[in-house]
Design a protein around this ligand. Sequence first.
Ligand SMILES: *Cc1c(COP(=O)(O)O)cnc(C)c1O
Length: 379
Amino acid sequence: MTTLKDLKNKMKVPVNEPVISEDSKKNVAEALATGWLSSSGPFVKKFEETFAGFVGRRFGAAVSNGTAALHIALLSLGIGKGDEVIVPAFSMGACFLSVLYTGAKPVFVDCELETYNIDPKKIEEKITKKTRAIMAVHTYGHPCDMDPILAIAKKHNLRVIEDAAEAHGATYKGKKCGSFGTVSCFSFYANKIITTGEGGMVLTDDEKIADEARKIRDLHHSNFKRFIHDEIGYNYRLTNIQAGIGLGELSHIDEYLTRKEKLAKRYKEGLSGIPGLRLPITKPDVKNVYWMYGVLIDQKKFGMDRDTLREQLAKNGIDTRDFFYPPEEQPVLKNIVKSEKFANAAYAGHNGLYLPSGLAITETQIDYVVETIKKIAGK
Ligand SMILES: *Cc1c(COP(=O)(O)O)cnc(C)c1O
């Protein structure tokens, strides 16, 4: 057993350390032993069915990563040049990059500071004749406010693409994140709640969209003849080895969600009441899965800025990450965003960080992080 004293001597808390179950190891060994290495193996279909069932969707298409899932989702809805897609100003770059891949234009909407999710009140003013879809992203595990988003989409005849890459198992009004979008996307990157190392999935209830997504993922071979290509397709396939890991991990999701809940509870108990340190909240009617435990620093009240706090924590062996940066600070977007500013996304980007939140983190490590922050804050 590692004690608090050992930790202080070793002083290492990684920002994310995954847990890999014995079931996953067994499945990988089986994939290797049977020679089913590529996407043709039996675990892929089984993983698609099991994960779609978990989220409550009819169809799942496993893909090579979450960014590919978003790209396929957009393409499967026919989105491309001349179209606009509403995306959150505070999010992972894959959201706007995937829109750029298709030739469409990402149109940004600022976030709420409470949850860092897209602010539904600011969506309608960004809708034009060219708008085709709204990308709803559940940031850091907290579901976004789906009711107003779905209502706006319905009113303006838009599709909803849900990005639940950070929200495996989260719920909004009792329904799983990933069950709301016309198409929904997940990532299984190593720091996500369910991982396959690299990987992702596209989910939908629409059989036509599911078929199209499967074709796009596999070079768009024609239905009639293999090696005849009726459209542009990609190689975005997931391997049988990866799907074996996904199945192994998925069988432990309840345990993982409990770990995340406990982690958040322990951080909250330890860090509540420190002036200038804003902790995550959970709105009524949702289950927050705390993918990452993000905090906001009010420089004046806390007594130092985010970057200084991160440096101090690093000196004590505690690894953290900055929040996402806003569109106006992304050189790749300079011709799209022009002089627009996103005040909340910029504030979060410059004052937010997330604490070590991986599934392998121990109570002792959390207590060490809490104690170190308190010491730095002079509490
Ligand atoms: C991780 C993530 C992605 C991208 O997934 P990859 O598997 O890394 O390509 C997309 N959107 C969000 C919100 C993410 O957190």
